[in-house]
Design a protein around this ligand. Structure first.
Ligand SMILES: Nc1nc2c(ncn2[C@@H]2O[C@H](COP(=O)(O)OP(=O)(O)O)[C@@H](O)[C@H]2O)c(=O)[nH]1
Ligand SMILES: [Mg+2]
Length: 464
């Protein structure tokens, strides 16, 4: 049984429904006297510790194992080896190629992972201490209705990472607000302050007005204590972010098994398209989907090499054309052919993002879209705009130029770690009216997760 990370399947449907039906439900369960979140956290920790122990015992064996032996033991490495044998080259050829690529790695890309053996990417992440970070993450998961027995180390670690990543936004935003608020009831002055803070965090005018209007209306009706005010604020933020997600009819975006799903990653240079594609390929393999990558950023030779390395890290085949300035649409053409003949679930398409020749770029994207529509009219096509959070609303405006050519269906926000403009998630939802699908908070292969507004808002407004 594979855990589907796109759907977060073990969590069950009730969780997602709850999040959408009423944002208040989570807080109710958190406040309920019968529910002891510390006890929940302890239970979850004890279970994970035990699980970790078993994995470590297993790993001490795998240290000595060859890749062939590994493939028998783990479904992920077996998919990796299968795919390689079947579709491209022999294990040895692949290693040689990976080695060549590593030595040719362009200096402007992250190379921190190059010293790691490929298989390491697929090992489970490790459990940290039972500390405040763990209990906070546990509380957020419990509040969404998750059972202590269903928690994974990945979910806990991700939430910790997200909270840490949003620290800069939080410091300039929430800390000021919480100081101002203290333990007193909400006042109109606090709301004025909140307005400034939201705008400064790049939440945009539309979302800020919407949230402030709701707060002012509520305040006219009754006095709100600080805790109640904060909960109401969180609910309003969730509401803004959830609007386009609910409208899309899809809570969490996942490929449909047994059908061809084509996801295009578009956006300006340097925002993290290729990195996101690499992380998505890994997420797909970890979740039991077959995947294929089309290296359709043909503008720079280094771009193809970069994609190839990401493909190798997850054992996903990359369709590329190494000739100078090859036609991206031709690469996509080949990739769709290969995906169809292999019955691939998810085809990920990397695209170019140079702005200097903006016009050509838009033509190029339109051409890619036409090829997809013609060759795979029944495919589930997603055109995901990749946005660098650290560029805030400026980045959003620039990126919206892609909307028409690429037929955008969703957004991936990257680099939430180290950005003070995390509020841009609100601008994306309210101004571009696009559902946020994934968020990236780091350069590692696991530093990308399906987006959940509740977790995002909890991390954004965490107390510390
Ligand atoms: N800190 C951080 N860096 C990221 C993230 N996503 C991508 N990057 C880095 O951003 C740089 C550009 O990424 P790349 O994927 O090549 O961008 P592209 O030009 O849009 O394909 C690389 O150095 C990545 O490692 C993220 O979530 N956090
Ligand atoms: Mg790229």
């Amino acid at each position: 049984m594979v855990y589907d990370e796109f759907k977060r399947q073990n969590v069950g449907e009730s969780l997602i429904k709850k999040e959408f039906d009423s944002a208040n439900l989570e807080s109710d369960s958190m406040k309920s006297e019968a529910f002891d979140s510390l006890q929940w956290a302890k239970e979850a920790y004890a279970r994970l510790k035990q699980q970790q122990k078993e994995i470590n015992e297993d790993n001490s064996l795998t240290d000595l194992a060859t890749i062939d032996e590994l493939s028998e033991r783990s479904p992920i490495s077996s998919a990796l080896v299968e795919d390689r044998k079947d579709f491209t080259a022999s294990e040895e050829e692949l290693r040689d190629r990976a080695h060549d690529q590593q030595t040719n790695m362009p200096s402007d890309t992250s190379s921190s992972f190059l010293s790691n053996p490929i298989v390491n990417d697929n090992l489970q992440t490790s459990l940290g201490e039972f500390d405040e970070a763990f209990t906070w993450s546990a509380e957020v998961l419990a509040a969404q209705g998750m059972k202590a027995k269903d928690v994974s180390v990945d979910e806990i670690n991700w939430l910790g990472k997200l909270r840490l990543g949003l620290e800069k936004t939080r410091k300039s935003f929430v800390t000021g607000l919480l100081d101002k608020l203290g333990d007193d009831p909400l006042t109109p002055e606090v709301l004025d302050e909140l307005e400034t803070l939201l705008l400064r965090a790049d939440a945009g005018v539309v979302a800020t007005d919407q949230v402030l209007d709701a707060l002012r209306r509520r305040l006219n009706e009754e006095v709100m204590g600080s805790e109640e005010g904060l909960r109401f604020l969180k609910d309003q933020l969730c509401k803004v972010i959830n609007t386009p997600i609910s409208q899309s009819g899809v809570d969490l975006l996942a490929p449909t098994k047994g059908e061809l799903n084509i996801w295009l990653l578009v956006g300006v240079n340097g925002v993290g398209k290729t990195t996101t594609l690499g992380k998505l390929a890994n997420l797909a393999i970890r979740s039991g989907y077959s995947a294929l990558i089309a290296a359709a950023d043909t503008f720079r030779a280094a771009a193809v090499e970069q994609v190839q390395i990401w493909g190798d890290r997850s054992g996903v085949t990359v369709v590329a054309n190494n000739s100078v300035n090859a036609d991206p649409a031709a690469v996509v053409f080949d990739a769709i052919g290969a995906a169809k003949s292999k019955g691939i679930d998810l085809l990920l398409v990397d695209t170019a993002g140079r702005l200097q020749t903006k016009h050509n770029l838009m033509d190029e994207l339109e051409k890619v879209r036409r090829i997809i529509d013609k060759l795979a009219p029944d495919a589930n096509v997603e055109s995901l705009l990749v946005l660098d959070a650290s560029q805030g609303q400026n980045g959003l405006r620039q990126a919206m130029a892609f909307a028409k050519s690429a037929g955008l269906t969703g957004v991936v926000i990257t680099k939430l770690d180290g950005s003070s403009r995390g509020g841009v998630a609100l601008a994306v939802s309210s101004e571009a009216n696009l559902p946020i699908r994934f968020i990236g908070a780091g350069e590692g292969i696991r530093d990308l997760q399906p987006f959940k507004s509740f977790e995002f808002v909890e991390a954004l407004l965490a107390n510390r």
